[in-house]
Design a protein around this ligand. Structure first.
Ligand code: HEC
Ligand code: HEC
Length: 506
């Protein structure tokens, strides 16, 4: 009997123990509903709908042309489009990294034909941003130098704005075939000597090889498009290659009736095919999008808490905005100084082929390179943050290799920048030898980041979870995107080796 009583007592004790946390559980449930309501209300205030990804064809005003996109895909990966057969888009915009860089600072021509951690060759000046979702960006590049004055990449009623030598006249309003900012943009990389074309360009038509490093006025010139090189001869040389390749003639003919009836392939066709492929790289269906469309289960509790920090006490959304012209891309598409440490490769010793800015040639003046206005020095575009988790490095020069560090940097910019150690930050060795000055950068930091933001450990981890996982479209992961890398290309040149792509497509 006493045995039974004991049993009963034990059972009661267990019951009491088990039920003790009940009120807390109920509180958490209430909190969960409350949390959902708060996140929903914040997203509504910011006009975030989670529908931008599915709007691509509406914005285009037509369905995506699959044949043309597939042609664009082949061009994107075919080094035959580079005058020295050694690089093209895919060498820097890697499918293993969400179509962004495998490096902190891009490696262009004269590379070892590998794409991934072991890519080697001379470095350019900046990290390659992802091209996924660029269809929606009204301003392209780290300093926003290619833009749609209409504020809408799909609207060429005001033309597209490019710096010299293309300038405002190259892609005028209502251009019949350059109907999207990305079509215009694709005219540029093939002409970039350090990225794709190679130093000798079309030897003889381009001019002295190394002029691009200095314009003679103490201003470094980062690349061919700002240097006054004539880009058109390079384009003509690329076109001669395409027109001379029967496989390309046939592929272009399938998408462009003019080519079918014998006309030569021209560069707007190249641009249209590339852009069409880029339209297919729309990866904007992340947990936050599904949440905004009504699926409260799509985000975890930390992601939701992180969203509240992002849009609230963290102050992130004042620059990484979603409303209006931000088209839910987490960028205001404006340029700001945020005190990023300046790292630079060793120039002339085989590890860098672009002259950096400043007296020590170890700085990047950002927006000033385009406007010539010293007030714009060190300004860079607020990075659109979708799929940022796929990047191996962060900021315009990849100065940080861990997302946590890039986020923590924002919370106390001067401490982070002054205490910066490139080795500890995990950047490749060749980028650890030269640090540009930081005090002039810090003197210009955006007022919003001039004083530290205090977050609790819990808030910080939630914020990281939100930025890393809450903004990640799972269709953009390595496994899926690697299939877009073709096993062979129409030019017949060897394909690039993607170190982190176990399998590739056709
Ligand atoms: C050598 C590496 C390299 C190659 C090759 C290359 N890119 Fe890029 N790409 C970059 C870098 C670096 C940037 C940013 C440059 C800057 O802001 O100064 C960039 C920027 C872009 C952007 C703008 C992205 C944004 O967030 O604004 C697009 C679009 C783009 N490239 C498309 C292409 C296409 C298409 C090709 C091939 C025709 C190509 N790129 C070839 C390195 C490369
Ligand atoms: C004053 C504007 C501003 C604020 C506020 C701001 N950022 Fe940024 N953020 C930027 C700019 C500008 C860059 C790009 C800087 C560069 O590369 O030189 C950037 C870059 C980033 C990057 C790196 C992305 C990449 O592609 O490399 C992350 C991650 C990021 N911000 C997260 C945040 C978070 C989280 C917050 C809130 C705690 C925040 N930012 C607040 C302007 C801002």
């Amino acid at each position: 009997m006493s045995h039974a009583v004991n049993h009963l007592r034990n059972a009661l004790a267990l019951f009491l123990l088990a039920s003790a946390p009940l009120p807390a559980v109920r509180a958490a449930e209430v909190n969960a509903a409350d949390l959902d309501a708060q996140v929903r209300s914040v997203l509504q205030q910011h006009g975030f709908t989670g529908t931008v990804g599915s709007s691509i064809e509406d914005r285009l005003g037509r369905p995506i042309n699959r044949d043309m996109a597939d042609l664009g895909r082949l061009l994107f990966f075919d080094t035959g489009g580079g005058l020295h057969d050694d690089n093209t888009c895919g060498g820097c915009h890697s499918p293993a990294n969400g179509f962004g860089d495998s490096q902190s600072i891009a490696i262009g021509v004269q590379n070892n034909n590998r794409v991934g951690p072991n890519r080697s060759g001379p470095r350019n000046q900046r990290r390659t941003p992802t091209v996924a979702n660029t269809a929606f960006y009204p301003k392209l590049m780290w300093n926003g130098r290619f833009s749609a004055p209409s504020g809408d990449a799909f609207d060429n009623s005001e033309g597209f704005l490019f710096p010299a030598p293309e300038a405002a006249t190259a892609f005028p309003p209502h251009h019949p075939s350059v109907t999207h900012l990305l079509i215009a943009q694709a005219h540029i990389p093939p002409t970039e000597l350090v990225e794709v074309a190679g130093f000798t360009g079309t030897a003889g038509t381009i001019g002295p090889e190394f002029d691009q490093f200095d314009d003679g006025q103490g201003q470094a010139v980062p690349s061919a498009d700002a240097s006054g090189f004539r880009n058109e001869p390079i384009r003509q040389a690329v076109l001669a290659r395409l027109n001379g390749t029967p496989a390309y003639r046939a592929l272009f003919a399938a998408s462009f009736p003019e080519v079918a009836s014998g006309a030569p392939i021209d560069f707007t066709m190249f641009g249209r095919a590339i852009a069409e492929f880029e339209f297919t790289l729309t990866f904007a269906d992340a947990p936050i999008d599904r949440f905004a469309r009504g699926n409260v289960e799509a985000m975890t509790v930390p992601q939701k808490e992180g969203a509240l920090v992002f849009f609230g006490s963290g102050g992130c959304s004042s620059c990484h905005a979603v409303a209006g012209a931000s088209v839910e891309m987490f960028s205001d598409f404006e340029m700001h100084v945020i005190g990023v440490p300046q790292i630079a490769p060793v120039f002339g010793a085989g590890t860098g082929n672009v002259m950096f800015d400043g007296p020590g040639r170890d700085e990047d003046f950002g927006l000033e390179q385009i406007t010539g206005n010293p007030a714009d020095r060190y300004k860079f575009r607020s990075s659109p943050l979708r799929n940022v988790a796929l990047q191996p490095a962060f900021f315009h020069n990849g100065a940080f290799t861990r997302l946590e560090d890039a986020i923590r940097h924002h919370l106390d910019v001067s401490r982070s920048a002054r205490g910066y150690d490139p080795v500890a930050a995990g950047v490749d060795r060749d980028l650890t030898y030269r640090l540009g000055p930081i005090e002039p950068v810090l003197a210009r930091v955006d007022p919003r980041l001039a004083t530290p933001t205090n977050l609790s450990a819990r808030e910080f981890h939630a914020l990281v979870a939100f930025v890393r996982d809450g903004l990640l479209d799972e269709r953009a992961t390595r496994q899926d995107l690697c299939r877009l890398a073709p096993a062979r290309v129409p030019s017949g040149y060897p394909v690039m080796r993607f170190e982190q792509c176990p399998q590739r497509g056709r």
